[in-house]
Every structure is written in C-alpha cells, then in structure tokens.
Design a protein around this ligand. Structure first.
Ligand code: NAD
Length: 518
C-alpha cells in the first residue's frame, strides 16, 4: 500500500485540520501553526496537519461538555454497544491503520498491527465492562436503612498521549472513559498526528452513524503552551497523561494545584533478573523482544539485565548471537525486526548515553553505532555497567541494554528496586521459592511483576501502570475503570424514625452530641 492509498483508505486528506468533534465537524483554522508528520525511516515529511487555536480548543471543550450532558444519561450497555461497533470498524481497518503506525512512528508492521489489535481488545473489554460497573452494598447499622455506593461519570476527560503508542494508549483511556459515561478530549503527541486523525475519524464516523456524534474530540497542537492550557483547564476533571517523568511531574503539579485528578503513566526502567535455575532459551527470547522490540521505545522495554554470576558466561553468548541476527531497516519490510528511533533528538540521546557510559568505564559488548543512512537508525546495544551510575538510573528511550551480575537473589531484588521508576519487572527462574520471594511484599516494587515472561507486552486484562516515578496510575483492565468515575455513597432511610449514626442523640432530652461523624 502506498502512503496515498493508506491515507485514502483511512479517510485522511493531505492537508488536514487538527481539531475535530465529529467526523463532519472539523476546525478550519490555518493560522495556528502546522504540525508536520515525518517518517522516522526516511526523515521525510509525510503530511502536514493544521494545529488548533485557543478558540478551537474552547469550541472543542464546549462541544464535549454539551455532548456529555446527554451521553452520561445513555444506559451503559447502550454505550457499550457503540464501542462494540467501533471495535468492528477497527477490525476492518486493522491492516491500513497498523501500516500507518509503522509509517509514522517506525514500529515494525507486526507491532503496528499489534497496537491496533490492542485497541480491538480494549473495545471488547469495554463492551463487557458496560454491563459490569458494579458498586457495593453495605449493611447499615441503622434499622430500615439501606446503604450502597454507586459510580457516576466525571465529565470531559482529557487524554494526553506519548508518541510511542500513538493509538493503543488512547483506546485504553477512551473506550473505558466512554462506556462509563464520559466524553473524551485527546491531545496526541505532535510526533504522531496522522495516527490520531485516522483513529478519530474512524471512531467518530461510527458514533455519528449511531446517532451520538462528539463523544470523542481531537485537539492537535505542537505548542507546549496549548498543552498547558489544557492541563490547567478546570472544565476537565481528569487529565490522563502518558509520557516522560519530567513532563508528568509538571502535569501532576498543575492538575493537583487546581485539585483536579491526574492519572499518570510515566517512564519505566525495567529489569529482567536471570537466576541460576533459569531456562536460558526462554530468557534470551524474552530479553531480545523486551530490549530490541520497538527499538527500545516502549515504557516497558527491558533496560537492565541482572544475571546470576554462574549464568553470565552461558547467557551472554546466546544473547549476543541473537542480537547479531537482528535485521534493522524499513519497518514495513517483512523480516525486519528493528525499525528506526522516532527522530534526531532520540538518536542524540542514544549517543549521549553511550558517551556517558564509556566515561564511567562501561564496556560496550555489542552495537553502539548510529547507522550511516537516511532516517534515525541505530544499532541495538548491550553494555556492561554498574546499577548506581546516573545513566543507568534514568530512562534512555533507545535500544541500550545494561548488563550486571549478582550473587544472591536478595541482592538482585535490591538492585532491581534501586531505581526511581517502578513500572515492569521480571524474573526467570525454575525455583519456587525465588519466584514467591520476587512476587512477595519484599520482592519487586513495580506495578508489573512477571515470572518467565519479559517486561514488555502486557495483556489488556490486567490493570497497567507503575509505582514511584512511574506515577502510580492504572489503566486498561481489572478495575482501572474506577479512575474515570466518581464514587457516591448513598444511604436511604425507609423507616419512620431518624436514628443518627454512632448512636448519637441530638436535640432530644436524653443526650448530647458525643462526636458523630459529619
Ligand atoms: P513526552 O513526555 O515528551 O510527551 C508526552 C506528551 O506530553 C506529548 O503529547 C507532548 O506533546 C505532551 N506535553 C509536552 N509538554 C507538555 C506540557 N507542558 N503539558 C502537557 N503536555 C505536554 O513523552 P514522549 O517522548 O512522547 O514519550 C515517551 C515517554 O513516555 C517515555 O518516558 C515512556 O516511558 C513514556 N510512556 C509511558 C507509558 C506508560 O504507560 N507508563 C506508555 C508510553 C510511554
């Protein structure tokens, strides 16, 4: 499929406006900047998208609020039915959309398609969820009283996404937010505006055909002050933010200051531990996918490998041989395992990290070069380092794997936890006690802890997210839906008396107020 054919298939015009409330209501501003979409494989411009103005932003928020007023009253299973239709439309466009993801952010086609599959899985999950938004009932301490909690939507949910999952992360948020009754305003990464336009167009057409235009709105800009405007906006009760720690920290401060809610999915610094009993074949495959997949540009990418001393001499030759077989190139070509980094800045970060490692005394075991060809291609790299080095403590969004050794499992777990981030972790072992210790309260401190599975490639059924500097948010499966709703505790008195909680009597002869909860 040529680029033009993909665009046509997905309903994209060559010069597209960056704000939409429905598939027919697009903003027409042409003087608020242009967001250029470049292919990371060639560095060439793919298309240009007109950015939104402040006035466009206000129109989008006002429209989303208006739609929310009626959408929140649509029964949840009916909302689910519409998300089911969106899932169907995504199935039909999976190939074209997966190709667009590859083209715009450089993932290999299998991973581009995988991202669209993740959206479809999320749609299916959200459909089921629309009939399972359960609240609890409690036994009241007062006679003839009924007590329960119920969940209501929040309003217009703001979703800000990173470049590296340009469609799936929006779906994690948007499909759940929508089935529970919210409307959604999305600010995508300026590095992936085409994916956002295509997805929005597709979903909004389904919503419109079903009679519910405007549940999803898109706000495209590459201006930081416009993103800030969104984060400060008190009309958005929740900002779900996916991105780096420094930006996420700032978002949390601004939203916290206005006492709004933020849901943060920030950087990881994920480790695989390989113990003395590990199946090295499994471990090698998992480390390769974790460290090299998506060119090391996943929040869950494997960045650190912590190997038991006795396994080092056996594991490393296998791993180096696997690295030597990695084909680097055009992500749309069959057989290619690693595409480019997203842009020249990412390549500069890769270079700088390697210079710093060498200054610290690290040993490059393989890779380490920027490839002399158009686009932003680098070699997957393995380096021997020490865990406490600054460079190892931060996330470099590139395919650099840091290797170190340990003697006891306690030491390995201490090393794995001794970084600021806490997203994903994994242990390769055949030892029951090691596995249980790793998963216990004194084990991994991450939001995700796997046994004999790598750090990346989570299923949507579980709640996804991490601790510490990763931000504490949870998205996708399990009960992550609660983040998009407000909880209301309700007590109904169906009797003829007005007993007070805690047995307090008030305004009657027999007693005074002895500390009732207000
Ligand atoms: P980034 O922090 O540079 O940008 C993320 C988003 O924030 C973009 O849409 C950007 O335009 C926006 N933004 C920038 N400045 C802003 C501001 N002042 N206020 C509000 N929004 C602002 O991240 P990136 O380079 O696009 O993505 C890579 C990072 O995202 C990595 O750190 C990765 O680990 C993280 N990530 C985390 C998860 C997760 O689920 N934990 C998933 C994907 C990516």
């Amino acid at each position: 499929m040529t680029t033009q054919e993909i665009f046509k298939n997905l309903g994209l015009a060559q010069e597209q406006s960056g704000g939409c409330l429905s598939s027919t209501t697009w903003t027409h501003t042409t003087n608020a900047g242009v967001v250029g979409s470049h292919s990371p494989s060639t560095g060439k411009l793919l298309a240009r998208v007109y950015g939104c103005s402040e006035a466009d932003y206000d129109t989008l928020v006002a429209g989303s609020r208006q739609v929310y007023a009626s959408w929140q009253m649509v029964p949840a299973p009916k909302r689910g039915e519409i998300v089911r239709l969106i899932g169907q439309a995504l199935r039909e466009k999976k190939d074209a959309l997966g190709t667009l993801v590859s083209l715009e952010v450089g993932k290999i086609k299998a991973e581009g398609d995988g991202e669209v599959q993740e959206m479809i899985d999320m749609a299916d999950f959200a459909v089921g969820l629309s009939r399972m938004l359960y609240g609890q009932t409690m036994h009241s301490e007062r006679a003839r009283h009924r007590m329960y909690e119920q969940w209501h939507p929040l309003g217009v949910v703001g979703v800000i996404t990173a470049f590296n999952f340009p469609v799936a992360v929006w779906a994690w948020n948007a499909f759940i937010a929508a089935v529970v009754g919210n409307t959604v305003l999305w600010k995508p990464s300026p590095k992936a505006p085409l994916c956002a336009l295509a997805v929005q167009h597709l979903c909004n057409r389904v919503l419109e055909d079903a009679g519910y235009p405007g549940v999803f709105a898109l706000f495209t800009t590459d201006r930081v002050e416009m993103a800030e405007h969104m984060v400060r906006d008190e009309r958005l009760p929740l900002i779900s933010f996916t991105g780096s720690v420094p930006v996420g920290r700032h978002v949390a401060e601004v939203v916290g200051h206005r006492l709004g809610r933020s849901l943060l999915e920030l950087s990881g610094n994920n480790a695989v531990i390989v113990d003395e009993t590990a199946d090295l074949e499994l471990a090698t495959q998992a480390i390769l996918f974790g460290a090299v997949g998506t060119a090391g540009q996943r929040c869950t990418s494997t960045r650190r490998l912590i190997v038991q001393e006795s396994q080092y001499a056996k594991l490393m030759p296998q791993l180096l041989a696997a690295y030597a077989r990695v084909t680097i190139g055009d992500p749309l070509q069959p057989g290619v395992l690693m595409g480019p980094l997203i842009d020249a800045d990412a390549v500069a970060h890769y270079r700088r990290a390697l210079e710093e490692i060498k200054r610290e005394g690290g040993e490059v075991l393989c890779g380490g070069r920027v490839l002399p060809r158009p686009g932003h291609f680098v070699e997957p790299t393995i380096v021997r380092v020490q865990n406490h080095w600054n460079v190892v403590q931060r996330e470099t969004f590139a395919p650099i794997l840091y290797v170190m050794t340990y003697q006891t499992l306690d030491e390995a777990i201490r090393m794995q936890n001794a970084v600021p981030q806490g997203l994903s972790s994994s242990l390769f072992t055949m030892h029951l006690r090691h596995s249980e210790e790793f998963l216990s309260a004194v084990g991994s401190d991450c939001g995700i802890a796997n046994i004999n599975i790598g750090t990346s490639g989570a299923e949507i059924g579980g709640a996804f997210g991490g601790e510490k500097a990763t931000g504490g948010g949870r998205e996708a499966g399990s009960d992550a839906w609660k983040a998009y709703m407000r909880r209301q505790t309700t007590t109904i008195n169906w009797g003829t008396e007005l007993p007070l909680a805690q047995g307090v009597t008030f305004g009657r002869a027999e007693g005074g107020n002895d500390g009732a909860r207000s």
